[in-house]
Write a protein that binds this ligand. Structure first.
Ligand code: CUO
Length: 677
C-alpha cells in the first residue's frame, strides 16, 4: 500500500495508507491475454449444457490428445483420461461430483493434470475444449479452475464467481423453482430468498453468515488454492505454510461465527464429538440441479459407521493425534519422530489433521477432518440404502450452511489449541517493539446493516439456443457495514517499518460477564494486517476498512466481466490485469460482526512489531499480493509475507500481567446494528 506522508497540524506526520489498493502487478492487458480470458469465460458458460460456442465445440470434437502427447510435460494423465473416456469409465455428465469421493476425485485429478501439464496455451486450450463436453461438468469446472489458478500462462486470469457458475449450490430450492416458472414464461424476475429454518430454531439467527454466498465462495476458493490433494513436489508449485493456513483460516471462520452468535444472544459454538449426539439437525432446503434435494439431518442424530469409515476409527485417530500433541512429536510413516515444539509444529499438525498430501503419516493418523465431512455428509443414509445424494458437508461450496460445519471445525480447532497451549507464552522480546509506543487509536462509528444483493441465476436454468436469455435473479439479504478508518498515533525513537495487526474480540460472554484476556484470545478476529512506515517522533497511521488485507471486495459479475473483456478486445476500453489476482478472500462487507441495535461493546487490539525482524523476502514492503493474505496466504511462488505464527500474539496462552506494553494497545469499541442503511 502506498504511504503518502503529509505534515498535518502540530507537525505530526500523517501516513495515508493508499487511497485505493495499489496493485503493483497491474498492467493493461494485451490482446493475447484478453482473448485467452474470453475463451476461459466461454468454457465456463452454462456448463450443464453442451458447449454452445461452435468454435470451441468443433475444436473439442476434432482434437485428439493422443496425437499430441509430446505437447504435455507429463503425458500419462492425458493418456489415462482418453482411455477412461473411451471405455466409459468416467463419471457421466449430469451426475453429482464430490471431491470427497475417492474415485471421482482421482478422475478429476487426471483431468486437472491433463490441463496442468499441457506445455503451452494452445495445448491447454485444446485439451480444455476436448474435456468440456466429454467429462462431468462438476469435475470439469473444478479441474479447469484449479488449472487456471496455477498455470503460469493463465496468471492474472479472473474466474466467474462460483455462485454464478452453479447457483444451485448457493440458493434455496424455492428460489430455483420460482426461477424455472419465470423462465418458462420467458419473463424477467427477481426472486426473494429467505434463510433456512424458522424462529423456532435458534441457529437460524446466524444463518445469514453460514448461508452467505460470499463466505461460501471464499471457502470454496480457499480449497482451490490449497487443495488437500495437491502434490507440491510433483507439480513444482509449493504452498507455503498450507497446514498452518488450514488451521488459521478455519479458526478465524469459527471465531467470526462466535462473534455473530454473541451478537444474536447465542452461546459460543460447541465442539461435536464422534460418540455424542448432534443436537441440532439441519434442513438445507437446497436442491441439486439433477439428483434431488440435499439430504436433511434430524435433531439428535448420531454418527453412523459408513462402509469405509468407522466411528471407532475416528476415536482412535483422535487419540493418536492427542498423544502426538502431548508428546510434542509426530511419528512419520518411516518411524521417525518429527517435533511439534516449534513454530513449524502447527504446519505439520495442520497437514496431518486435514490431511493434505503433506501429512507425515496418513495411515496412522488417518484423515480426521476429511472423514468428518464425509461422516456428516452421509449421516442420513450411511449404508447407501436410499441412494441419497451427498450432503452439504461434502462440497466446500455448501459446507458452511450446516451449523455442524462449525461444530466439526471447533472440535478440530480444539486439537490445535491443545498444541498451542503446549508452547510457552511469548517472551518479552517476542512481544515488544523497543522505542515504539502507540499513543492513541481512534476509529469511526462502527455500524452494520442488512442490504439486498442479487445473484444472477442464468446458469441455473435449462435452456435451449432458441430461447432468449431473460434476467432472472435471486435477491438475498446480506450483512454489510459502513466504511470506517483507523487512525493510529504512534511515537517512535527512529524511522522504521512496523508490522501492524488489528484484532477485534468479544468483551462480554453470553452470560454478560467480562471475558479475561486469556480466554478472549480464542475469539479474536483479525481485521487487518499491514506494514507501515513510522517516522522519528509522532506518526498517525490511517487505514481504511476497504484496504484490509484480510478481505476482498465483492466479486465482479460474469456479465460485467465479459463486457469489459469484449470492450477491451474491440479497443473501446482498457482492461487491467493483476498477475497476482486472487479469488480467495473473506468478504470485506463481513469484516465486522453484526453487533446489536443498542450498541454492543467489543475489544479492539492494535499491535505494532518490528517488520524488519519478520519479513521473509526482499519484495517492497507495500507489495500487493492481490487478495486476502492473512486467510489465503500467497500463491505464484511467493512466501507467506511474515514469519510470525498466524494469529500472533493471540495464538498462545497469555499472562495478562506481562502481555500489554507500549506497542500493544487495547480499547473498547461499540458496534451498532441498524436494520437498513
Ligand atoms: Cu474448509 Cu472443513 O475444511 O471445510
Amino acid at each position: 500500500m502506498k504511504c503518502i506522508l503529509t505534515v498535518a497540524l502540530l507537525g505530526v506526520a500523517v501516513c495515508h495508507l493508499a487511497q485505493a489498493k495499489v496493485m503493483r502487478g497491474e498492467a493493461p492487458a494485451d490482446k493475447i491475454f484478453l482473448s485467452k480470458q474470453r475463451e476461459v469465460l466461454k468454457l465456463l458458460n452454462k456448463v450443464h449444457e453442451p458447449n454452445r460456442f461452435k468454435d470451441q465445440a468443433d475444436l473439442g470434437r476434432s482434437y485428439d490428445p493422443t496425437q499430441h502427447l509430446s505437447k504435455y510435460k507429463n503425458a500419462l494423465p492425458v493418456k489415462t483420461l482418453v482411455k477412461q473416456y473411451t471405455s466409459g469409465r468416467l463419471l457421466p455428465r449430469g451426475r453429482i461430483f464430490t471431491l470427497f469421493n475417492d474415485r471421482q476425485r482421482e478422475q478429476m485429478i487426471t483431468i486437472f493434470e491433463s490441463l496442468f501439464y499441457a506445455e503451452d496455451w494452445d495445448t491447454f486450450y485444446r485439451t480444455a475444449c476436448y474435456v468440456r463436453d466429454r467429462v462431468n461438468e462438476g469435475q470439469f469446472v473444478y479441474a479447469l479452475s484449479v488449472a487456471v489458478l496455477h498455470r503460469e500462462d493463465t496468471r492474472g486470469m479472473v474466474l466467474p464467481p462460483a455462485y454464478e457458475v452453479y447457483p444451485h449450490l448457493f440458493v434455496n430450492s424455492d428460489v430455483i423453482h420460482a426461477a424455472y416458472r419465470a423462465k418458462m414464461r420467458q419473463e424477467p424476475a427477481v426472486v426473494r430468498m429467505n434463510f433456512t429454518g424458522t424462529v423456532r430454531n435458534p441457529e437460524q439467527r446466524v444463518a445469514y453468515l453460514g448461508e452467505d454466498v460470499g463466505i461460501n465462495s471464499h471457502h470454496s476458493h480457499w480449497h482451490m488454492d490449497f487443495p488437500f490433494w495437491w502434490k507440491q513436489d510433483e507439480y513444482g508449485v509449493k504452498k507455503d505454510r498450507q497446514g498452518e493456513l488450514f488451521y488459521y483460516m478455519h479458526h478465524q471462520l469459527i471465531a467470526r461465527l462466535d462473534l455473530e452468535r454473541l451478537s444474536n444472544d447465542l452461546p459460543f459454538v460447541k465442539p461435536l464429538y464422534w460418540e455424542d449426539k448432534i443436537e441440532d439437525g439441519f434442513y438445507p432446503q437446497t436442491t441439486y440441479r439433477v439428483g434431488g434435494e440435499f439430504p436433511a439431518r434430524p435433531d439428535n442424530f448420531e454418527f453412523q459407521d459408513l462402509q469405509d469409515i468407522k466411528v471407532k476409527d475416528m476415536v482412535d485417530y483422535t487419540r493418536r493425534i492427542r498423544e502426538a500433541i502431548s508428546q510434542q512429536s509426530v511419528i512419520t510413516r518411516w518411524g521417525q519422530n518429527l517435533p511439534l515444539n516449534d513454530t513449524m509444529g502447527i504446519n505439520i499438525l495442520g497437514s496431518l489433521v486435514e490431511p493434505s498430501q503433506e501429512s507425515p503419516n496418513p495411515q496412522y493418523y488417518g484423515a480426521l477432518h476429511n472423514y468428518g465431512h464425509i461422516l456428516l455428509g452421509q449421516i442420513t443414509d450411511p449404508k447407501g440404502k436410499f441412494d441419497m445424494p451427498p450432503g452439504v458437508m461434502e462440497h466446500f461450496e455448501t459446507a458452511t450452511r450446516d451449523p455442524a460445519f462449525f461444530r466439526l471445525h471447533k472440535y478440530i480447532d480444539n486439537l490445535f489449541k491443545l498444541h498451542k497451549d503446549m508452547l510457552p507464552p511469548y517472551a518479552r522480546e517476542e512481544l515488544e517493539f523497543p522505542g515504539v509506543a502507540i499513543q492513541d487509536v481512534t476509529v469511526d462509528d462502527l455500524v452494520t446493516y442488512f442490504e439486498d444483493f442479487d445473484i444472477d441465476l442464468l446458469n441455473a436454468l435449462d435452456d435451449t439456443l432458441e430461447l432468449k436469455d431473460v434476467e432472472i435473479k435471486a435477491r438475498v439479504r446480506r450483512l454489510n457495514h459502513r466504511p470506517f478508518t483507523f487512525s493510529i498515533t504512534v511515537n517512535s525513537n527512529q524511522e522504521q517499518m512496523a508490522a501492524v495487526r488489528i484484532f477485534l474480540g468479544p468483551k462480554f460472554d453470553w452470560f454478560g460477564q467480562e471475558i479475561p484476556i486469556n480466554e478472549k484470545r480464542l475469539y479474536v478476529i483479525e481485521l487487518d494486517k499491514f506494514v507501515a512506515k513510522v517516522n522519528k517522533g509522532a506518526t498517525v497511521i490511517q487505514r481504511k476498512s476497504s484496504e484490509s488485507s484480510v478481505a476482498i471486495p465483492d466479486r465482479e459479475t460474469t456479465k460485467i466481466l465479459v463486457r469489459r473483456v469484449d470492450d477491451a478486445l474491440q479497443g473501446k476500453a482498457t482492461y487491467t490485469v493483476n498477475k497476482d489476482v486472487r479469488h480467495c478472500g473473506y468478504p470485506e462487507r463481513l469484516l465486522l460482526p453484526k453487533g446489536k441495535r443498542d450498541g454492543m461493546p467489543f475489544s479492539l487490539f492494535v499491535i505494532l512489531t518490528d517488520f524488519d525482524k519478520e519479513k521473509v523476502n526482499d519484495l517492497p514492503w507495500d507489495y500487493d499480493y492481490g487478495g486476502s493474505i492473512s486467510y489465503c496466504g500467497t500463491v505464484s511462488g511467493h512466501k507467506y509475507p511474515d514469519s510470525k505464527p498466524m494469529g500472533f500474539p493471540f495464538d498462545r496462552q497469555i499472562n495478562s500481567d506481562n502481555f500489554f506494553r507500549s506497542n500493544i494497545y487495547q480499547k473498547d469499541v461499540v458496534i451498532t446494528f441498524k436494520d437498513s442503511e
